[in-house]
Design a protein around this ligand. Structure first.
Ligand SMILES: *Cc1c(COP(=O)(O)O)cnc(C)c1O
Length: 368
């Protein structure tokens, strides 16, 4: 054997993973670009978070606090939680991966849903497990389909609630029914990345369920409503046993110092959060109404984005709409990889962008 020509082989399954493709950010040749492709808030970060980030720049020679105490304490205070049940991550994406690596291995299965967030499947596969995809109903998580897919090999179930890219949610009764139907040894992960945006009486992010069970975890992020996607900060609320297990697997300094400082300042600024939520509620309603009025079907959303479905015929496909919008500087998200080949996901942006997209799509739909 010629050893020199043989390169190291990734573990089984790794090369089957379709790498995650982030939302585009460029529109070649267009002067003013509105990036509405990654669900970032149009309001930016709290000025207090920016100030804390700048202050952190004067201590960059020091390792961060490996337990991110300031951040955990701030999260715990705002949400009324015990900091010992919180674990922070380099974005919630990291936590989703750590959960897989902690609870899954070869021969194990993780359940994901038809239009679910792609990171779940990637991380289940990366951990050596098998991702089992179940159908949704009307672009909503289908509890019965998930329960029907549970086998002796199932170790983890991922749902985003509300979900991305659909923007739909399932009420807390349904989440409870899902949990009640799962064996005690299966970890239920409730990804509540968009929880802050939801204004529905029958919605709960999952705090109650985590508090009263040993097999439920809720993940949250600073990337969306808090405007800190660039810093990579996520957290999970979990039973002590889960926190202590994942703590062994994570990198010892998985959050950097500026992120810890800025995250703590951001979550303490609840007035800024309220402004971001209010902006979204007003524009989500207006954009949804305006797009419906020009003949586009949208999936009703409780988040900061809306899934827009395009007509099958007549030169008005999602792909054509994407090209048209991009030429005007509006970058939406293609969602074929999520099982919607003829839809685009639009993040609610600043006024100018929202009105611009509606005007552009009005023209697009009226084209001969
Ligand atoms: C954006 C998003 C996240 C957050 O990811 P981060 O790594 O915290 O930036 C998690 N889950 C879903 C469903 C998302 O859309």
């Amino acid at each position: 054997m010629n050893l020199a020509l043989k390169s190291p082989e990734p573990r089984a399954g790794i090369l089957d993973i379709a790498a995650y493709v982030p939302g585009r950010e460029h529109a070649p040749g267009v002067a003013k670009v509105h990036k509405l492709s990654s669900n970032e808030t149009p309001l930016g970060a709290s000025p207090r978070a920016i100030e804390a980030f700048q202050q952190a720049a004067f201590n960059l020679e020091r390792y961060p606090d490996g337990q991110a105490h300031d951040l955990k304490d701030a999260i715990a205070a705002v949400h009324g939680l015990n900091p010992a049940n919180i674990l922070c991550g380099n974005g919630s994406d990291e936590l989703l991966g750590l959960l897989c690596h902690t609870y899954l291995g070869p021969g194990d299965e993780g359940i994901v849903t038809e239009h679910g967030f792609l990171v779940y499947k990637i991380q289940i596969t990366a951990a050596g497990g098998t991702a089992v995809t179940v159908g949704e109903r009307d672009a909503r998580v289908d509890v019965d389909a998930i329960l029907a897919a549970v086998t002796e090999r199932t170790k983890i179930v991922f749902i985003a609630n509300p979900a991305n890219p659909t923007g739909t949610y399932i009420p807390v009764d349904e989440v409870r029914r899902l949990h009640a139907g799962l064996p005690a040894g299966v970890l239920l992960v409730l990804d509540a990345a968009y929880a802050e945006y939801v204004r529905r009486n029958d919605y709960e992010a999952g705090i109650e369920l985590v508090s009263s069970n040993f097999n439920v975890v809720m993940t949250r992020t600073f990337s969306k409503v808090y405007g800190l996607a660039g810093l990579r900060i996520g957290w999970m609320y979990a039973p002590r046993q889960v926190v202590e297990a994942v703590d062994r697997v994570r990198g010892p300094f998985n959050l950097n110092a500026p992120a810890i400082a800025a995250g703590a300042a951001a979550i303490r600024d609840q007035a800024f959060l309220a402004a971001a939520v209010d902006h979204n509620l007003a524009w989500l309603a207006r954009v949804s109404e305006a797009l419906t009025a020009i003949g586009l079907r949208i999936t009703p959303s409780v988040t900061n984005f809306v899934l827009i479905h395009f007509p099958e015929a007549g030169g008005r496909s999602a792909e054509e709409a994407d090209t048209f919008l991009t030429s005007r500087g509006f970058i939406l998200r293609a969602v074929s990889a999520y099982g919607f080949p003829n839809a685009l996901r639009m993040t609610i942006g600043p006024e100018e962008a929202n009105e611009g997209v509606v005007a552009a799509l009005t023209e697009f739909m009226g084209r001969k």
